[in-house]
Design a protein around this ligand. Structure first.
Ligand code: TXA
Ligand code: MG
Length: 328
């Protein structure tokens, strides 16, 4: 039996209240949700993802008014960022409040908090009333999901219900900022850019220190398809694609410039040329290319400027995932 996909908020809330798992849409990617106050329910997230239990999960809230229930130190910086960017694609890392479990924080003293803007996520959070712990709805280390159908393919009956909210508008995960101090620290780039955060914070965004909190999305290998993925400049990509194709190997290409498929037998996706459009389609494109059963996925290196930093971050980690698998 396949997992049920639907739009029934009351049903989803009933499942969460009895400790079950509900996948739900957000504007970034789909989340795999559980009652953030229940160790058993959150434990099921780790089991469903195959994720190590010392990785913290983000707690999703209906509004910034709930911040004080989850953090004992809502800094002026956090207040400013929340007021400007919530609901939206921003996660704030703050000192946790008493009673926020190790099973949510991975044993750290901090907790990740986010108010998503997707109307279905908002409706779910409002109706549930409490915090919903939710990592991205994918198996650990794999490509995140941006549609209800992708969640169902990825997790099957490991999840009790999938709320369908259509394709995620942004397509890559939220920007994560450690807002526990006076200056913002970037733990994961996202579509909400460093420049926008600096404009509101009134100070420069810092790079994390070596002893910064663990972020599993920042593991070198992450977001990886099962097929080997190589990130290449255009000319090298064309050369390699031609060589592999001549050897009779099936090759998949994710191109973004005006590159044209020169040879038959190449599975070719032309991604949008702008960073926003590219991010929107990225995970669906990687899934489609992964499913094509090719020897390798060759990805044309996007520009390296700030607008592409979140996309490049995900592509680098996806490529690192392939390298690790190949080394095993
Ligand atoms: O857009 C998103 O952020 C999506 C949607 C569902 O909200 N969620 C998401 O969750 O990407 P996940 O678990 O795949 O990535 C969240 C990241 C993880 O890398 C985790 O380590 C980090 O947030 N994180 C959570 N709590 C943290 C904490 N207390 N300190 C440091 N990092 C934390
Ligand atoms: Mg993830």
């Amino acid at each position: 039996m396949a997992v049920a996909i639907g739009r029934d908020i009351a049903h989803a809330v009933a499942i969460l209240k009895r400790g079950g798992l509900v996948a739900f849409p957000t504007e970034t990617v789909y989340g795999l949700g559980a009652d953030a106050r229940s160790p058993q329910a959150v434990g099921r997230i780790y089991a469903a993802k195959g994720r190590p239990s010392n990785h913290p999960v983000i707690v999703h809230l209906a509004g910034a008014a709930q911040l004080a229930e989850w953090s004992s130190d809502v800094t002026p910086l956090a207040q400013k960022l929340a007021a400007r960017f919530w609901p939206g694609p921003l996660t704030l890392i703050l000192r946790r409040a008493a009673g926020v479990g190790d099973f949510v924080t991975g044993g750290q003293d901090t907790v990740g908090l986010r108010v998503p803007s997707h109307p279905v996520a908002q409706a779910l959070l409002e109706a549930f009333g409490g915090g919903i712990a939710a990592p991205s709805a994918n198996r650990f280390g794999r490509v995140s999901t941006t549609t209800a159908q992708h969640v169902a393919q990825e997790l099957g009956e490991r999840v009790d219900y999938v709320l369908d909210g259509g394709a995620s508008e942004i397509g890559i995960e939220s920007t994560i900022i450690d807002a526990g101090g006076a200056q913002p620290v970037l733990l994961r780039p996202g579509q909400l850019s460093v420049r926008e955060i600096e404009a509101v914070a009134g100070s420069a965004v810092q790079a994390p220190r070596a002893d910064a909190p663990r972020v599993s999305g920042a593991l070198a290998a992450h977001y990886a398809p099962a097929t080997t993925l190589l990130l290449l400049e255009s000319d090298l990509l064309l050369e390699l694609a031609a060589t592999l194709a001549k050897q009779g190997k099936r090759v998949a290409v994710l191109a973004r410039s005006a590159l044209q498929p020169l040879l038959d037998g190449i599975v070719w996706i032309a991604a949008p040329a702008d960073a926003v459009g590219y991010a929107h389609d990225l995970y669906a494109n990687l899934r489609a290319l992964d499913a094509a059963g090719c020897e390798a996925i060759l990805v044309e290196q996007p520009p390296k400027d700030l607008a592409w930093s979140a996309v490049n971050d995900r592509l680098l980690r996806a490529a690192a995932g392939s390298q690790q698998a190949a080394a095993k």
